[in-house]
Write a protein that binds this ligand. Structure first.
Ligand code: PBG
Length: 337
């Protein structure tokens, strides 16, 4: 070895992080984050029979009838999915300003909860008391005078809706509406009616995001909302401290777990929430995120399965305990391979 060469090698590091990357088994041995089907929640749409099953922006996602949903839920459970989140699709004719259909005990959401619970007592059912499926204006709450959502009137309606969902068999109610004080109000209302064991997963830090478009198309609430947006109740994407305040409030009001939404653009929020509050924290990989992945993979730009898996792992690495994703069943299938 020439002097010049040994001098050169002497500069080399004794610490070589590549040593642990040499073989698959070695990489697995030192992996810091593990993804399992225990972490997955599958968001689903349940429709009345007369409506169309397809959602333009979301290939691979359908609006199920109650019967179809029950069948699909069975398959999801076999794949290891732990829980389903349900979102109802209601015919436009049944929507009104006061979201009356939300209080109809035979509405498609409550039917679906009962049918799922009957068929799979051990599959978790998460339902959302927000009113956007049921309002003619597409907002998550009630409008009173002007065109803004009235906070306290909405909270009262949410309580009633949450109780109906608990009575139907929901294990977790997950309010996505971002009204102030709704977690505390729902907690008291459920407790007062004997449902103290029904948990609350709060959509605590939910941003006014452009990534929800395919979801609104799936619900048909996009037509109702028109050019309007939800910026007076959902959070400004510019804010992080405010997200922590939202989470702190919801925990103090009795939230059992909290959610950050959307997912991937908000990993910093997920990380901070988990570090600061140490409560069960969920990420919602939302419709627009799923749609982008599908669109890019359909064009051969990225591999759907690999990118999806990487994204799920990123949520866990950031601190999420669980993830809601339209790709949950695809991930569960990959984990079984
Ligand atoms: C509304 C609600 C939305 C989502 C879940 N619940 C959309 C919105 O706030 O307009 C979005 C989910 C997704 O995009 O996948 N209560």
């Amino acid at each position: 070895m020439s002097t010049a060469n040994s001098y050169f090698l002497g500069q080399f590091p004794t610490t070589r992080l590549r040593r642990h990357r040499r073989f698959e088994w070695m990489r697995q041995l030192v992996a810091e984050t593990v993804l399992s089907s225990n972490d997955l929640i599958w968001p689903t749409f349940v429709r009345e029979e007369t409506l169309s099953p397809t959602i333009k922006g979301m290939p691979g996602v359908v609006r199920f009838t109650v019967t179809e949903l029950v069948e699909a839920a069975g398959k999801a459970q076999e794949l290891g999915i732990k829980a389903l989140a349900l979102f109802p699709v209601i015919p436009i004719e049944k929507r009104c300003e006061h979201a009356m259909e939300a209080l109809n005990a035979e509405n498609v959401l409550l039917q679906a909860i009962r049918a799922l619970k009957r068929s799979y007592p051990h599959l978790g059912i998460i339902s959302d008391p927000a009113l956007d499926s049921f309002t003619s204006h597409g907002h998550d709450g009630l409008i009173k005078g002007g065109d803004d959502v009235a906070n306290d009137e909405t909270v009262q309606a949410l309580c009633k809706h949450a109780l109906l969902q608990a009575e139907a068999g929901a294990d977790i109610v997950a309010p996505s509406d971002m009204m102030d004080g709704r977690v505390g109000a729902i907690r008291h209302y459920l407790d007062a009616h004997g449902y103290q064991d029904v948990a609350i997963m709060s959509y605590a830090a939910k941003y006014a995001s452009a990534f929800y478009n395919p979801f609104r198309e799936a619900l048909g609430s996009d037509q109702c909302l028109g050019v309007k947006n939800k910026k007076t109740y959902q959070m400004d994407p510019a804010n992080a401290c405010e997200a922590l305040r939202e989470v702190a409030l919801d925990i103090s009001e009795g939230a059992d777990s909290v959610m950050v939404k959307p997912g991937l653009p908000y990993l910093d929020i997920i990380h901070q929430v988990k570090q600061k509050f140490m409560v069960p924290t969920f990420a919602f990989h939302v419709s627009g995120e799923y749609a982008m992945l599908k669109a890019a993979s359909t064009q051969g730009i990225v591999d759907y399965e690999k990118t999806l898996f990487e994204i799920m792992l990123a949520f866990k690495r950031a601190g999420a305990d669980g993830i809601l994703s339209y790709g949950a069943c695809d991930v569960a299938k990959l984990l079984k391979k």
